[in-house]
Design a protein around this ligand. Sequence first.
Ligand SMILES: [Zn+2]
Ligand SMILES: [Zn+2]
Length: 246
Amino acid sequence: MASWKDLWPVPAALIIFCAAALVGLPLYMHMQVSGTTGAYAPLYLYEHSPYDTIAVEAHYEPGAAPSDNALAGLREMLEKYTGKRVEVSVYGDLPKGVVNGPITEDNVGDIGEGILENYSKVQMGWAGGTIPIYIIYVNATGPAATGGENDTVVGISYRADSFFILKNYVDSEGLEKAVLIHETGHLFGLEHDDDPNCVMSTVMLENKSWESGGGPPTDFCANHQKELADRRQDLFYNARRAITYN
Ligand SMILES: [Zn+2]
Ligand SMILES: [Zn+2]
C-alpha cells in the first residue's frame, strides 16, 4: 500500500493547479475576449491584478509623432487612477503611409492587428507583470462621425489593449491629451458621457463644441472617477453591473 510519501505529488499538484487557476483568470480573458474594448479593464485596474506595470507603447509614422506633453498627461492619469507602475516608450518605426486608405469600423481591427504583429515590442505577461497599452499614431482618414457634417473622429479604440490616434486631425496638445485619456477610458471599460466637462464626453471627438470654452476636458467627471475607483476594488465590476442594471 502506498505511504503518504508516495502520494505527496497529489496535494502538490492540487496546489499548483489552484495557483494556475487563480492566474488563469486573466489568461482566459486574454484568450477569449481580446477583441473587445474594455475586456482588460479588470487587469488594468483591479488593485490585486497580477499585472502591476502598465507599459504604454506608442508607434508613429513620419509626420505623426506624439506630443511629449500629451503622453505625460496620459501617464499622470494612469498613475492617478490605476495606482500601478507606468512605463512610456515611443517608437517612430511605422513606415509612411502605413495605413493606405480610410479606416472603417470594419477594417480597423485588421489594420491594427497587422501593425502590432510587426511592430509591437512589449508583450502581455502570461501570468502577470506587464500589461501593454499600444497607441498607433497615423495620418489617415477615419470612419464617419455620427454627430454632424463637420464632425471628425480623431481616436479609435478597437480592441482590449490598443487604439489609434489620427494625428492629422489633432490640432492641439490639449486635444491630443484629451483623446489619449478618452480612448484609454474606453480600455478601462468606461462609456460615453453627456457631461461636456467629462473627458468621456462624445462632443470632444465629434464636433468640438468645447472650443468656445477654452479647450477640451482632460479629466473624468465625478461619476466616472467613482467608477474607476470601484473597478479598482471589484474584480467582477462588469459582471455585477450587468446583473444590477440589465
Ligand atoms: Zn469614445
Ligand atoms: Zn464622465
